[in-house]
Design a protein around this ligand. Structure first.
Ligand code: DOR
Ligand code: ZN
Length: 346
């Protein structure tokens, strides 16, 4: 007998859609399964002002498949020069759901990011006052800090001091990859939550390097040691309201990944729900999948949950999904979890 689970339609609380040809190719992959997604603003040039967000939102809506009910939740890219009044107006209009902080140089298209948290304190104070959430890419960028330590150092030197200075600011620590991140979020009783990606629940740093370098597993923050992955698994499958899904699905074309200087990003929009069902089943926690993917996120953001549902069926033979999707910009490889998937979205 086939096994079936039905959950409230999930949302993706951290998604890269890009623009133009890439946007048109990848958006249907997310819109097929998810009700809403927080849309990352790291375009080139970035989505910095309310006007930029209005224009980007229109391009996203125009790229949606006909009759799709998917809703993009827009964000602004915080810079040293962000205007607090512009953020306030965009939030009051319902145009943006959050603001994204990239430390300058931390990741893909972060060159215009924040060079020192001190420069953005007036904007963050205003956001705390108006209740606008801050999504944070939590990695320090100093060349002297080992890439595997950048998240832990960020928590100690930037995030913790920020939370003490502005306890009213609602923060989402994006795509946490360490036990340090899990423990830090669990130590907070309010105004701190974290997203966890699908791929960080599945791969550790061995997957990146053992047997040859795997560019399609390279993302930022980089996958860490196994004990960190296990801490993420426990957090995600626990049902704890402070942890929810943000896939960080981040498409790059194959030539840009398979290169002497390859881009960071894992594209998982296509098979994320199948991967998650596998992970939650493996941890005997299928009953917590709905909390992680559909309930905890909206509760933290203060939004209603989706009204409709998503059903997954477990088949006896592996599910077929494309190895890559074609775009006019080039092929984009779909995340390979390294094991067959049996759960299919119906
Ligand atoms: O791996 C990543 N890719 N991490 C990020 O923070 C950005 C993203 C992208 O935009 O490609
Ligand atoms: Zn991201």
């Amino acid at each position: 007998m086939s096994q079936t689970i039905t959950i409230t339609r999930p949302d993706d609380w951290h998604l890269h859609l890009r623009d133009d040809d890439m946007l048109r190719a990848v958006l249907p992959e997310t819109a097929r399964h998810f009700g809403r997604a927080i849309i990352m603003p790291n375009l080139v040039p970035p989505v910095v002002t309310a006007n930029d967000a209005t224009a980007y939102r229109s391009r996203v809506m125009a790229a949606l498949p006909e009759r799709s009910q998917f809703q993009p939740l827009m964000t602004l890219y915080l810079t040293d020069h962000t205007d607090a009044a512009d953020v306030t107006a965009a939030h009051a209009d319902g145009l943006i759901t959050a603001v994204k902080l990239y430390p300058a140089g931390a990741t893909t298209n972060s060159a215009s990011g924040v060079t020192d948290i001190k420069h953005v304190m007036p904007v963050l104070e205003k956001m705390a006052e108006i209740g606008c959430p801050l999504c944070i890419h939590g990695e320090v960028t100093g060349a002297d800090i080992d890439i595997f330590d950048r998240e832990a150092v960020f928590i100690d030197t930037v995030l913790d001091p920020l939370r003490h200075t502005l306890p009213e600011l609602k923060i989402i620590s994006e795509h946490i990859t360490t036990k340090n991140g899990v423990d830090y979020v669990m130590s907070a009783d309010r105004n701190l939550a974290a997203t966890i990606t699908t791929h960080h629940l599945i791969i550790n740093r061995n997957h990146l390097f053992v047997g040859g370098i795997k560019p399609h597993y390279f993302c930022l923050p980089i996958a860490k040691r196994e004990h960190h992955r296990l801490a993420l698994r426990r957090a995600a499958t626990s049902g704890d309201a402070r942890f929810f899904l943000g896939t960080d699905s981040a498409p790059h074309t194959d030539p840009n990944k398979e290169s002497a200087c390859g881009c960071a990003g894992v594209f998982s929009a296509t098979n994320t729900m199948s991967c998650l069902a596998h992970v939650f089943e493996e941890d005997d926690a299928l009953d917590q999948l709905e909390r992680f993917a559909s309930l905890n996120g909206p509760a933290y953001y203060g939004l209603a949950t989706n009204h409709d549902t998503l059903t997954l069926v477990k088949s006896s033979t592996p599910v077929d999904y494309p190895v890559s999707i074609e775009t006019n910009a080039g092929n984009v490889t779909v995340f390979n979890p390294g094991f067959p998937l049996y759960w299919r979205v119906v």
